[in-house]
Design a protein around this ligand. Structure first.
Ligand code: FAD
Ligand code: FES
Length: 320
């Protein structure tokens, strides 16, 4: 069985090879899928070799950890920020990549079963205290249940594909990145902005607060590296065009928001014929994060089924 060559966010990680290798469905390795020849795009680790050395078995799935809720801040009735302490031993052994942009975890109340697991982006990490912060908006059953967490919670993770196209940031230094963000998508924006700043990039961030009503991401970023501007919901074009005309050395655009917001932003940007990668928040439904349940599958224009909890493409879009 031959398949389009895909990049996998977990390739070469502590969680590779995963269960998809055991079933012959690895999204990267053609040999594991039963082809006679290797046609992977080598990322430094031979998944086939790893699989053989591991006795043709998958490595362990992500673990579940009992974590302590140490702070809860209410931004408004429906928007909260949680500070969660991860046990030291687990943090040291399993959470070394938690500051990578696009990190997310599943959380649920300790009283609930795994059906209540809800994917939440990691917004901020304090490695000296093993704490992470997440921002959530109460929208339905699972997030209402999260709002009832008092002391302890179950956290599963860490996972990595909350931002599609994230591998594009590897070579970006000393340029300017444009963020176009709406509402709660400020949460995944923070780790991405922090990483780009570490690489001496300047960030220009257009925010439409949406129903969240405030720019809570500001607190985590230093003013000297970041310029904010208001994205006017009634006239996005008028807000963005003068900024795009002014930016020098634009190297990347990040769009964080719903699919309809993403489409509106894409329509505006496309008119400028910019040759820069565009990254997006992963807005698909993610239930296991391990490539197994199939909830996150989208089909590309050729009908290939793509597991968006695992797959990462050069740009952030799967259907190019
Ligand atoms: C990688 C990732 C990171 C996310 N990060 C954040 C975050 O930082 N802050 C935040 O507030 N929200 C975040 N979300 C969205 C959050 O997971 C959903 O709002 C939540 O699952 C809704 O569940 P519910 O039962 O409260 O609402 P429901 O009533 O079940 O659904 C409300 C909406 O959320 C969508 N949704 C339901 N379940 C899921 C799911 N498992 N995955 C994705 N969407 C779902 C539904 O399609 C619907 O549009 C993230 C989602 C993903 C996939
Ligand atoms: S979320 Fe289960 S397969 Fe992707």
């Amino acid at each position: 069985m031959s398949k389009k060559i895909m990049d996998c966010i977990d390739a070469g990680s502590d969680y590779c090879p995963c269960y998809l290798a055991e079933t012959g469905d690895c999204i990267v390795c053609s040999l594991i899928r039963g082809d006679k020849f290797c046609n992977c795009n080598w990322t430094g680790t031979c998944i086939y070799n790893e699989y053989m050395w591991n006795g043709e078995k998958a490595k362990n799935l992500r673990g579940e950890y009992i974590c302590k809720l140490i702070n809860k801040e209410s931004l408004d009735e429906y928007t909260k920020i949680l500070t969660i302490k991860i046990p030291q031993k687990a943090y040291n052994s399993r959470f070394k990549d938690i500051r990578e942009p696009g990190s997310y975890v599943f959380i649920r109340n300790i009283k609930d079963n795994s059906s209540f697991n809800v994917p939440m982006s990691v917004m901020h990490v304090d490695s000296s205290k093993n704490t992470i912060e997440i921002a959530y908006r109460i929208v339905g059953i699972k997030t209402k249940a999260i709002d009832k967490i008092q002391n302890n919670l179950i956290l599963t993770g860490p996972f990595s594909n909350a931002i599609l196209g994230i591998k594009n940031i590897k070579k970006l230094y000393q340029g300017t990145t444009l963020f176009l963000v709406r509402g709660i998508s400020q949460a995944p924006s923070v780790l991405l902005a922090q990483r780009l700043i570490e690489k001496n990039n300047r960030i220009v961030i257009g925010v439409d607060n949406g129903i969240v009503k405030q720019i809570f991401m500001k607190k985590y970023l230093d003013d000297k590296d970041v310029a904010f501007f208001h994205l006017d919901y009634d006239n996005y074009d008028k807000s963005i065009s003068p900024i795009l005309n002014k930016i020098e050395k634009l190297n990347l655009i990040f769009i964080g928001g719903s699919n309809s917001f993403k489409e509106k932003m894409k329509n505006i940007i496309e008119r400028y014929n910019l040759d820069v990668p565009i990254l997006y928040t992963n807005n698909n439904k993610i239930c296991c994060g391990e490539g197994i349940c199939g909830a996150c599958i989208v089909e590309d224009d050729k009908g290939n089924k793509i597991r968006t909890c695992k797959a990462n493409t050069k740009g952030g879009d799967f259907v190019d």
